[in-house]
Design a protein around this ligand. Structure first.
Ligand code: NAP
Ligand code: GCO
Length: 259
């Protein structure tokens, strides 16, 4: 019997006070999982806890900068002591800096790589040992259209998300024998604070993305819930190293033909 249930599972979703991470955590809770999340400061964590509570979700939040290995070690150790071992990890926390490459400071490039690529490495390597001890687990890395495509001003982000696709495949390769499945979700253009600057009234990017999306709309964070629950559940136990694009068809489409 194929099961999408997450009953009795503990799920850590990084950077999940709001946005895509919050929506995925909401869906996991609806499927039965215990939700644990982190964010950069207590104010954000408190706001996240309140948002979850308003949905009847008893989420536990921790302050942790996922780029700092010592903070991640401390957070995971606390989770394992206070809640239990992590069965499902979603590496969601991410940033973007939209700067023409020749104008980008190397510090900015490194910061994006640090959050979007090095942090998923750090959190995964700290969580994997308990998954091995427990006979398996699920890791989901939030990739991007930029895991496959480039565009102006997002060189650091595309490099990071392209690397995250390969990190996903490598974790799948290295730990598949321990019944750990590591897959990616590649959202299309989703209406969250991260893309708010692109969706301001009259912004040319708005109509551009609509013309590049067969679904002819921006995605919503809730569009990602079903794919995430699938990849977190036993229904995907033989899916490994795959990036599931949830993009309304962008990657399949050359773009709306001029009339
Ligand atoms: P978002 O609205 O900017 O939220 C990102 C979250 O990550 C925020 O809570 C942020 O905290 C947190 N975060 C950033 N750096 C962190 C760090 N060092 N440690 C811990 N938490 C940190 O982004 P989103 O749109 O929900 O995107 C979530 C993920 O999906 C990202 O990986 C993004 O690259 C990816 N994605 C987004 C889209 C899209 O169209 N929105 C499409 C494809 C992929 P702060 O509030 O403090 O910044
Ligand atoms: C951008 C956008 C995209 C989205 C997403 C697309 O500036 O191009 O922010 O990068 O965030 O990654 O999948």
């Amino acid at each position: 019997m194929v099961s999408f249930s997450l009953d009795n599972k503990i799920a850590l979703i990084t950077g999940a006070s709001y946005g895509i991470g919050f929506a995925i955590a909401k869906g996991f809770a609806q499927a039965g999982a215990k939700i644990v999340f982190n964010d950069l400061n207590q104010d954000l964590v408190n706001k996240g806890i309140e948002s979850y509570k308003q949905l009847g979700i008893d989420a536990v939040g921790y302050v942790c900068d996922v780029t700092v290995e010592e903070q991640v070690k401390e957070m995971v150790s606390k989770i394992e002591k206070e809640i239990g071992d992590i069965n499902i990890l979603v590496n969601n926390a991410g940033i973007i800096k939209r700067i023409p490459m020749t104008e980008m400071m190397s510090e900015d490039f490194r910061k994006v790589i640090d959050v979007d690529l090095t942090a998923p490495f750090i959190v995964s390597k700290i969580v994997i040992p308990s998954m091995i001890r427990n006979g398996g687990g699920k890791i989901i890395n939030i990739c991007s259209m930029m895991s496959e495509l480039g565009r102006e001003t997002v060189s650091a982000y595309a490099a990071a998300k392209g690397g995250l696709k390969m990190l996903t495949r490598n974790i799948a390769s290295e730990y598949g024998e321990y019944n750990i499945q590591c897959n990616g979700i590649g959202p299309g253009y989703i209406a969250t604070p991260q893309t708010a600057p692109l969706r301001t009234e009259g912004h040319p990017f708005n109509s551009f993305i609509i013309s590049k999306t067969p679904a002819a709309r921006w995605g919503t964070p809730d569009d990602l819930i079903g794919p995430a629950v699938f990849l977190a559940s036993s229904a995907s136990d033989f899916v490994n190293g795959h990036v599931l694009y949830v993009d309304g068809g962008i990657l399949a489409y050359i773009g709306k033909q001029p009339k």
